[in-house]
Design a protein around this ligand. Structure first.
Ligand code: CA
Length: 271
């Protein structure tokens, strides 16, 4: 049974979420402010919850942004679904900057919240399964063979350790197990969704992928969703992996389509 912490101060909404999440089979706790949320989420004994539904507007000194930020600062990477006010795209950006994995504007449809939550939990389970499985041979990171003629050229010269799920390009290395990105001697901790998105882009290296495909394949979202979320993630990933995020060489914008990951910019003349 997955344990979910709901951080919501509006009593009727908190009660409704508790009732419906329990009906879905989740173990649910509810707290009404940021301090209580951090007490629940930062025990010395490790992560008690599998996911957090976190309202942005909370009473007291810590709002949802502060909670997400402190959580990530503390090295806790439990998936966070943030509830934002509708029509405030700046909240969405701030939420992702603070470390949220996904967001939902209020008021929301219960079914959509449940779908988002399931999607976050599925991805977490999948990550854990990857971590606990025994070392494998062959290519595990890519769905398609590395020498796939459609994608292969971008992999030329890029070291790829399948067993450890580490992808190396230039002086950068992404460890999809520990959710760490190493750039030289700097280590960046990635959120689950940052890692998932990067992994998806790496898997499709050299190919343009649409925002819609990313939302469907990475977030598991089939419904119409604001694709701005993708752009915000790309902004963050560029800050991590680009020498100059304003002149990206790895995460390229493909006009009117989406984005393309290029591992070795110098060998991509073909594109
Ligand atoms: Ca609130």
């Amino acid at each position: 049974m997955s344990a979910v912490l709901v951080v919501e101060d509006e009593q009727h909404l908190a009660d409704g979420l508790r009732f419906n999440l329990k009906a879905e089979g989740y173990d649910v706790d509810v707290v009404g402010d940021g301090e209580a949320a951090l007490r629940a989420l930062l025990p010395a004994t490790g992560d008690r919850y599998d996911a957090v539904v976190l309202d942005v507007m909370l009473p007291g000194l810590k709002d949802g942004f502060a909670v997400a930020h402190e959580l990530r600062q503390a090295g806790r990477f439990v998936p966070v679904l943030m509830l934002t006010a509708r029509g405030r795209p700046e909240d969405v950006l701030r939420g992702f900057e603070a470390g949220a994995d996904d967001y939902l504007p209020k008021p929301f449809e219960l079914q959509i919240l449940l779908a988002r939550l399931r999607s976050l939990l599925r991805r977490r389970e999948w990550m854990h399964r990857d971590q606990s499985s025994s070392p494998r041979t062959g290519t595990q990171l890519v769905d398609h063979p590395v020498n796939d003629p459609k994608t292969g050229t971008e992999w030329r010269g890029a070291a790829h350790d399948a067993a450890d799920e580490i992808f190396v390009f230039g002086i950068k290395a992404i460890d999809f197990n520990s959710l760490e990105l190493r750039v030289g001697d700097r280590i960046v901790r990635l959120t689950l969704m940052e890692a998932q998105l990067l992994r998806y882009l790496v898997r499709h290296a050299g190919k343009a992928v649409s925002r819609k495909a990313m939302l469907e394949e990475v977030w598991g979202l089939r419904e119409d969703t604001d694709t701005r979320a993708i752009d915000n993630f790309i902004v963050r990933l560029r800050k991590y992996i680009e020498d100059d995020p304003s002149k990206p060489r790895h995460l390229l914008t493909v006009r009117s389509v989406g984005y393309r990951f290029v591992a070795e910019p110098n060998s991509s003349a073909k594109f």
